[in-house]
Ligand binder design. Structure first.
Ligand code: SF4
Length: 307
C-alpha cells in the first residue's frame, strides 16, 4: 500500500487508519520541529499530488477486510489539504463506510482558499494547527512557502470555525524559547478566544525534530503555557512522566496562577496538570487547608478560585 498506513491505536481517535495524499515530503510549511524531516517540496500549490483513484482503491481494499477501524485520518508526511481532491476521500468513507468517522490533520495554510472548506464539510473532526500569531515567530518556527503568512492561517481557521459543523480541535506546537514567551502565548490565547475555539491541544517535541535547535518544553513550562488557555489538553507523550521534576515539585504555584485568571473545576485542574482525580483532589485539599484557594458553587458545580 502506497497511500494508506497503519492502523494505529490512538487515545484520542481509537483505531485510526492514516491516508497520505502527498508524496514525501510535500508541504506548505517546513516546520523546524517536523518529525518527518526537512520539507523537500515546499509549495502552496493545490493539485492532484497523487492519483486519487489509487488512494480510494487502496482504502476500499483495506476497509473491506478490516472492520475494527474507528477513524480514517488524512495525515502523513506532508500537508493533506494540498491535494485538490482530499474531500473525495472524506466523501468516499462517508458514503461507503458510514460507521467509520473521518479526521483531517492540517497545518491550516489552505483553509482560506475558496472551496477548500466546502470540500471537507463531511469530515467528522478537523485538527488545524496554529503555532504562532506574530509573523516573525511564524517564519522562524513554521518556515512557510512564499506568500503564506500567519494572518492567512488565522483567517483560514476563522472561516473553518464559521462554516464547519463537525468537531474542531486546535493544535498548538510549543518550542522552547520560540513561541512560549509571555508575549506570544498571550497573543495566541487571545486569538484562540476571538476565534471561539473550545478545544485546544498543546504539543511539544517527543522525538527529534527537523532542526536541532528546536527544544521541547519541560513539564513545568507546559503547565505554565497551559495556564494561558481555557481547558487545554496537553497531548505530548509522557510529558508528566519524563519530566519527573514536575511530579516531585509542588505544582500549586502553577495551578494558582491559572486560578487567578479564572475559576476552575477539578476536571480543569486534572486536564492542565495531567494528575489523576486522586492526586488532583489531594493537592486541592491541601491548598484549601492552607487557605490559598477557596471554592464556590456555580450552577451546582464546585469551582476552585483565588480571591
Ligand atoms: S505542517 Fe506538518 S508536515 Fe508540514 S512541515 Fe509542519 S509538521 Fe511537518
Amino acid at each position: 500500500m502506497n497511500h494508506v498506513f497503519g492502523p494505529v491505536r490512538s487515545r484520542r481517535l481509537g483505531m485510526s487508519l492514516g491516508v497520505d495524499l502527498v508524496p514525501w515530503k510535500t508541504c506548505s510549511l517546513d516546520c523546524a520541529y517536523c518529525e518527518c524531516g526537512i520539507t523537500t517540496e515546499k509549495t502552496s500549490e493545490l493539485k492532484q499530488w497523487v492519483d486519487i483513484q489509487e488512494v480510494l482503491s487502496e482504502l476500499d481494499e483495506f476497509l473491506k477486510e478490516n472492520k475494527n477501524i474507528n477513524f480514517v485520518t488524512l495525515s502523513g508526511s506532508g500537508e493533506p489539504l494540498l491535494h485538490s481532491d482530499a474531500g473525495k476521500v472524506i466523501d468516499f468513507v462517508r458514503n461507503n463506510y458510514p460507521e467509520i468517522k473521518t479526521a483531517i490533520l492540517t497545518n491550516s495554510t489552505t483553509l482560506h482558499i475558496p472551496g477548500v472548506i466546502d470540500s471537507i464539510m463531511n469530515a467528522h473532526l478537523i485538527m488545524p494547527s496554529l503555532d504562532a500569531v506574530s509573523e516573525d515567530v511564524f517564519i522562524k518556527l513554521n518556515r512557510p512557502a512564499d506568500g503564506i503568512t500567519a494572518d492567512m492561517v488565522i483567517e483560514g481557521i476563522s472561516l473553518l470555525v464559521k462554516q464547519f459543523r463537525g468537531e474542531i480541535r486546535l493544535e498548538i506546537f510549543l518550542a522552547d524559547g520560540i513561541n512560549n514567551t509571555e508575549a506570544e502565548l498571550s497573543k495566541l490565547a487571545e486569538t484562540v478566544k476571538k476565534l471561539g475555539i473550545r478545544n485546544v491541544q498543546l504539543n511539544s517535541l517527543d522525538r527529534p525534530g527537523a532542526l536541532p535547535w528546536v527544544k521541547p518544553l519541560s513539564g513545568k513550562q507546559l503547565l505554565e503555557a497551559a495556564a494561558y488557555f481555557e481547558n487545554p489538553e496537553i497531548i505530548t507523550r509522557n510529558w508528566n512522566k519524563s519530566d519527573t521534576s514536575t511530579r516531585q515539585d509542588n505544582p500549586l504555584p502553577i495551578i494558582i496562577s491559572g486560578l487567578k485568571r479564572r475559576p476552575q473545576t477539578l476536571q480543569d485542574i486534572m486536564a492542565v496538570t495531567g494528575f489523576d482525580e486522586y492526586d488532583a483532589e489531594k493537592i486541592m485539599e491541601l491548598a484549601l487547608r492552607s487557605g490559598s484557594v477557596k471554592t464556590k458553587l456555580i450552577d451546582g458545580t464546585v469551582f476552585y478560585t483565588v480571591e
